[in-house]
Each structure stands twice: as structure tokens, then as C-alpha cells.
Write a protein that binds this ligand. Sequence first.
Ligand SMILES: Nc1ncnc2c1ncn2[C@@H]1O[C@H](COP(=O)(O)OP(=O)(O)OP(=O)(O)O)[C@@H](O)[C@H]1O
Length: 593
Amino acid sequence: MGNRRPTTRHPPGERAHALRTLFRHAGDGRRLLVGGYALILVDAVAQSLTPAVFRVVLDRIQQDPRQFLHDGWQGPVMAAAAISATFLVAAYLAHTWCRRGATRWANNLRRALYEHVQRLSMDFFHRSRVGDVAAAINQDIERLEVTVWQGLTVWWALAVLVISVGLIAWVDAWMALMALALLAVAAGWTLLVLPRLRRRSRDIRDELGRTSGTLAEMLSVNTLLKAFNAEEDALRQVRGGTDRVRAGSEALARLQHRYADPLGFHLSFVAPFLLLFVGAWRSASGTLSIGDVVAVWGFWLRGSSSLTVVMTSLPEVLAGLAAGERAAKLFQERPAVSDLPKAPALAVARGGITFEQVSFAYPGRQSHLVLDGFDLTIAPGRSVALVGPSGAGKSTVTQLLLRLFDPAEGRVTIDGQNLREVTQASVRAAVGVVFQESVLVSGSLARNLRLAQPTATDQDIEAALEAANAWGFVRTWEDGIHTELGERGVLLSGGQRQRLAIARVMLKDPPIVVLDEATSALDAGSERLVLDALDRLLSGRTSLVIAHRIATIRHCDQIVVMERGRVADAGTHASLLQSSTTYRSYCREQSVA
Ligand SMILES: Nc1ncnc2c1ncn2[C@@H]1O[C@H](COP(=O)(O)OP(=O)(O)OP(=O)(O)O)[C@@H](O)[C@H]1O
């Protein structure tokens, strides 16, 4: 799978940095996790000590059986009771804390990651797929959450292993050396296979993310797929992704067996037999007691069985780490547009706009200048229209006005203030936009409109709908403004959606309005109603209108003809008919005199 698809590769330093980034967002889960991971060490000590009790019992029986029967048993019984009680309490608390801590961490992380993604600039959204980002925020963090509390068992097992080897050394240094040599074989084998296991896990997470992206995309273009009978093609794409995930998982399982089976054989057969025979030989030669040999064997079994736990959990833990790295990678994304420290809010007095010698290229396509020394002045309260061939840069002008991007050269100002020097939020508060396709979110109509003005009353909303020529149809709905629109507003006609979008901007009541192809997709029936609503919206506000339809723009105070990112001509409808051949040909195409 990894050979066919692009995969992420992270140097070890970057991986540690990624995990630190994630841990910084643990919030109130951090204390519980640290507490859980610390307490499980107590549990590890208690469990590792069990063979030490065997040792004492066996040695006492061997030395003086009658003394053992009299009162020699009391010490070991009390020790066993204390060890068991400690184990019970510590294990219960550690697991509970860790589970709660992991859940809180995941919740905090999900929130923080969503907030972070929200703050990223448009270039990020242009180059990322929604489903992939959603998978990182949901599935990857869920995977990480499971790993965090599963990781407790791995941590416990490693602690048991270290303590067990320490206890063997306490009984006999030579036996401990031998145990270490046997462990070194296991560790060497693990280190050999680990990078491949890790790579496979990461490839699977990447492929899962990509498949989520494809799935989300296919679901969102369902109408298109149906219209072109292209469902089979979409199915093939999704199936391709899920097949690759399945193939990757099977390959991982095979690799895991190839790793775990020899290791299990080494730990459960080769090592204990070697230790038993060498221990027996040292006991027969009088160096160790029977109790010593049984204790060493017990310590080893305890330690090696904990290693088996590590082995079995390893793929899960690696999958969790890969998921964590993907989430952390999102945290490392930086917005291309950011507010200067202590930047003031834009103070809009009259809403005059200027573009002064603005040059701009989209991130990732630096060689292609979309705006090239572009100049534009819109006096307060005036309307300016942009026309020009497709790709001339008209929509890009609106993106810079909203400060979704900053220009490479030149400046954009509102009432004389450079947009670079004021906060993005204040710029967007001053500008209302109606796009070609009005985006409506699931929820009620009122919720959709309150996105523009959260404190609006029902009466405010009704007034905005009235002004946007939308109240006529909303009034007939049984639940009025509280009607659920359905995700993406699929229950509405194009003209109705457009009028709701206009109502939303009416409610926002901004001093500046941008219309970006707001009338392009209208049917003749609703065109008059929408144009009428737009007239009302633009009246008294500074406005920038992009439209292919001459009928929409002919009454603007000024019309600017754009070509290849520059102003080719400017004037009124009447003057351009005289001076601009491009404009004249547009009018001719649309039979406008
Ligand atoms: N996100 C983007 N990343 C890279 N290039 C882009 C991006 N958006 C637009 N472009 C490019 O910038 C140029 C200008 O695009 P823009 O959308 O501003 O033109 P337009 O005049 O509004 O066109 P249309 O009338 O077709 O909407 C085009 O060449 C386009 O391919």
C-alpha cells in the first residue's frame, strides 16, 4: 500500500514534537493521566514481588519445616495479603483515572484542533479535503484516546519487566546477566521489525484519512453523480480506498505474526528452559537454593509474560501514535493570514475602498500573478462592478477585500486603513457577501440567519426576510422562521436560497456589500424578485458587484473591465459602450444596448 500512495514520513525529532504538541492540549485530563501512569508503577512493583514470597516460603520450608508450620507462614501470608490489596487498589485507581484522563484529553484535543483549523487561512481549505480533516479531528483522536489508556498496560508491562530483571539480580547477578542477554535477543528482534510495523500502521491511517476524504466528497456531489449516472465510478473510488485499507491491515497482521510468533517461542520456551537448567545446575553445585531457582524462574515468567502484553498491544499503540501524528500535523499548520500583535479593529466611518497597485499570487502557484498592479477606488456609498473574462481575477479581488488573503505587493484599504494592519474579524464584520451559491447549514431558517447576527430577534429576522422578498414564501411555512432547512438547504429553490442569503446580509447590515455572481444561477421567474432585493440591499452601501449579466451591473456608478489581473478600462455603462471593445462585445453577446 505504501508503495503506491504518497505517505507521510516523520523524522524521530518531529514525532516527539508532535506528541508534545498533543500533550499540551491535554488540559484537565493531564493530571489524571500522570496520576494513572504513576500509580500503575505501584501495581507493577506489587505484581513483580509475588515470586519473592514463593522464595521465602520455599526457603523456610527447606530450612525448618516445623518452624514454618508453627509461625513461619505468618510473614509470607501477610506479605501476600498486602501485595494483593495494593494491586487491587492501585490497578482500579490507575485504570479509572487513565480512562477518564484519556477521554478528557481527547475531548479537549478535538475542540482545540477544530478551533485551530477554523483559524487557518483559505489556502489550507483550498488544498485540504474536508473528509480528511474531519477524519483527523474525529477518528484519529478517537484512536489516540484508545491508545492512551491501552498504553497504560504497555507502560505497566515494561515496568514489570525492568523490576523483574532487578529482582533476578537481587537473587543472583549471573542469572540476571543471562536474563538480560535473553532480553537483548528479544529487543534486537523487536527493533528490527518495529520500523516496518510503524510504517504499515501509518500507511493505514493515511489511507483511512484519504478514504474518508473521498467518501465525504462523493456524498457531497451526490446530485452530480446521479445526473451523470456516475455512481459506479464513485463506488469504485471508495471501494479502491477501502480495499487498500483492508490489504494494508492484512499485511500488518501478517507482519505482526512474523514478529510475534518467533518472539513468543523465544520468551516462552527457549529462555525459561535455559534459565531453569542453568539455575538447576547452580543449585546442584550449591550456589543457589531451590527457593532462589523458583524465584528466578517466577520473576522471568512474570517479566516475559508482560513482554507478551507489549508485543500484542504494539500494533494498536503504533496505530494510535500514527493517528496522533496526523492530528499533530494539523496543529503545525500555520495561517497564511494572521493579525499583527495588538492589531486594532477596523473603524468604518463611510466605507471607502481602495486597491493600490495590488499584486497577488495564490499560495502554491506563486509564479502565476492573478492580480498585477491592480488599482481600484470605490467612494463611500458608491457601487462598482467588475466585469471581464473568466480567470481575469474578479473573485480574487473580493477575497482580498475580505482579507482571506493578503496581497504580495501594494495595499487594500477601507476608509484609509490598510487591511493588513487591522484584525481580520473586524474586516469581515464590515463586509457582507452574497455568493453565487448561497450556503445554508442544517438547522432552522432562524439559525441560518443568526449566523450573521446572533442577537437578532424574531422580528428582526422577519423584517430582513421582508426586505429580501423572502417573507412571502417563509410566511406560508407551518413553522415559519423555525422551519428546519435540511442539510445544505436542499428543500429550497435556487431563487429562494438566494433571497435567504440576501436576508442574511440584510440582518448583518454591513456598510460594505460584495455580490460575487449572486445573480448567475437564477431562473427567470425569481430573477426580478432577487434583483429587487439586491437593489434594496445595495442602497446606501459601498458595494462591489461581480456579474456576468450586464442587466445586473449596468446601473452601477462605475464599471471596471478587468483583463489578466489589471484594469483594462473603466467608466459608466454608457461611456464604456463608446470606449471599450471588450465591454461592447459583452453587451452584444447579451443583446444589451
Ligand atoms: N485557490 C486558488 N488557488 C490557485 N489558483 C486560483 C485559486 N482560485 C483562483 N485561482 C486562479 O486565479 C485566477 C483568477 O481566478 P478568479 O476566480 O479570481 O477569476 P474570475 O475573474 O473571478 O473568474 P470567473 O469569472 O470564472 O469566476 C484563475 O487563473 C484561477 O485559476
